[in-house]
Design a protein around this ligand. Structure first.
Ligand code: ARG
Length: 451
């Protein structure tokens, strides 16, 4: 029973991955204690070099992990004591595991948010690359998965560039929220020692120190920020993945995904399944689940530290371990897919995507839009009934629906439709070229901000 009881509280199997942060935090703390005359310089040197040895052992895989010591903090500290003796017992002066774990998670959150930003930047670069390379590719834009109006493929790609730009913004915000140094909060009430919290913050790369010790040891909203940024980002990835699945189907036939991202069916030899895209789409589920789990864990928790908070880790680790490869594989798919230009153009041409343009044609000749809408809707129904597309109808047929139709109605084409949407935000080639240039510039500026 004793064994069962103690293993219930153990977290070392997942919090061991925090060792770099835990040790960096301890080194900074020890140096500060010496600087403030709380321990001697000699003790601090022993602690720091002992911690460096411990770190070497962990990195090299020779560290003796002990489950009975529960967590990363106790494992590191006990090993330090074994190495340097009594001085090791002074490391925990003016510190509690409560502010220590808050510190470790904040260092982790800052780091992983930066990695997410780098992966998002790569993905956004892939969209720009396609928008440039496939500048003149035309496809139908859809609403309700019904062909709506023709657009340039580059315009479609840059829609995703914008979407993931907001995700980047959210990760930068999450990183800023995590950028608060909690050491000095002690167990909950602050510390009776003359600590220099600012110098610890500086050494660890934090831009500020926490304002209230009770908040500092109980706050986990910086992880909610991270997890919600991740969940929204995964939802966006799932939308992209869904389009790749549709586009690569025989029914659409717009793209062929690179072999690296598809697998054969074990039974049906003709198939190349878009498994990577499907897995990206599918994994959004657990990322949303982890966000809901953490929200639920935090709900109703009284101040300050409660052991419930230990439950923050596995979810956030799994979330970020899921998100980062999904971002990278999505970038890979976008970079390497082959576009079927002809199929895409055909899908636009062999459809009624010019209906809006024909209505606008009548409007330019003086007809009120509502009336024009009615005319073209009757015209479309007639054409569809005949099994014909607009360009296959004769002028007399057009004129049965409105006398405003003249010879120049045949100048309404997929390309003219696109070219006319020449306002900022539209799909005209000129606008898309401008948008590509602006996107490149924006991404370059962001790259300077992401270390
Ligand atoms: N393993 C704990 C956690 O992850 C560390 C803090 C434990 N503090 C305590 N007073 N038991 O939250």
């Amino acid at each position: 029973m004793k064994e069962v009881k103690s293993s219930f509280t153990v977290s070392i199997h997942y919090d061991r991955r925090l060792f770099e942060y835990d040790i960096a935090g301890s080194m900074a703390h020890a140096r500060m204690l010496a600087k403030q005359g709380i321990i001697t310089a000699q003790e601090a040197r022993a602690i720091v070099s002992g911690l460096a040895e411990v770190r070497q052992e962990i990195r090299g895989g020779t560290f003796p992990w002990r489950r009975e010591l529960e967590d990363i903090h106790m494992n590191v500290e006990r090993r330090l004591q074994e190495k340097i003796g009594d001085a090791g017992g002074k490391l925990h002066t003016a510190r509690s595991r409560n502010d220590q774990i808050a510190l470790d998670m904040r260092l982790y959150a800052k780091d992983i948010a930066t990695q997410a930003l780098q992966s998002i930047a790569r993905l956004r670069k892939a969209f720009i690359g396609r928008a440039e390379r496939d500048a003149d590719v035309v496809l139908p834009g859809y609403t309700h998965v019904q062909r709506g109006q023709p657009v340039l493929f580059g315009h479609h790609m840059l829609a995703y560039f914008e979407m993931f730009g907001r995700d980047a913004e959210r990760f930068r915000q999450a990183r800023d929220r995590a950028d608060v140094m909690p050491l000095g909060s002690g167990a909950l009430a602050g510390s009776p020692y003359p600590l220099d919290r600012e110098s610890v913050a500086k050494e660890l790369g934090f831009s500020k120190v926490s304002v209230n010790s009770m908040d500092a040891v109980s706050d986990r909203d910086f992880l909610l920020d991270l997890e919600s940024a991740a969940a929204i980002c995964m939802i966006h990835l799932s939308r992209l993945a869904e389009e790749l699945v549709l586009w690569s189907s025989a029914e659409f036939g717009f793209v062929q995904l690179a072999d690296d991202y598809t697998t054969g069916s074990s039974m049906m030899p003709q198939k190349r399944n878009p498994d990577f895209a499907e897995l990206v789409r599918g994994r959004s589920g657990r990322v949303i689940g982890n966000l809901v789990a953490l929200l639920t864990t935090l709900k109703g928790l009284p101040l300050t530290y409660n052991r419930d908070l230990q439950e923050d880790k596995e979810g956030v680790f799994e979330t970020m371990d899921t998100l980062l490869p999904c971002l990278d594989f999505s970038a890979g798919m976008v970079e390497t897919m082959t576009l079927r230009h002809e199929r895409m153009r055909q899908a636009a041409q062999q459809s009624y995507v010019l209906a809006t343009d024909l209505a606008d044609y009548l409007v330019r000749k003086g007809m009120p839009f509502r009336q024009a809408h009615g005319v073209v809707s009757r015209l479309s129904a007639h054409a569809a009934g005949q099994g014909k597309f607009f360009h296959e109808l004769s002028l007399p047929t057009y004129r049965r629906f409105s006398k405003l139709f003249e010879d120049d109605v045949f100048e309404v084409t997929v390309d003219s439709s696109i070219a006319q949407r020449d306002l900022p935000g539209g799909t005209a080639p000129r606008q898309v070229r401008k948008a590509v240039a602006a996107a490149k510039k924006a991404l370059g500026l962001e790259a300077e901000r992401v270390p």
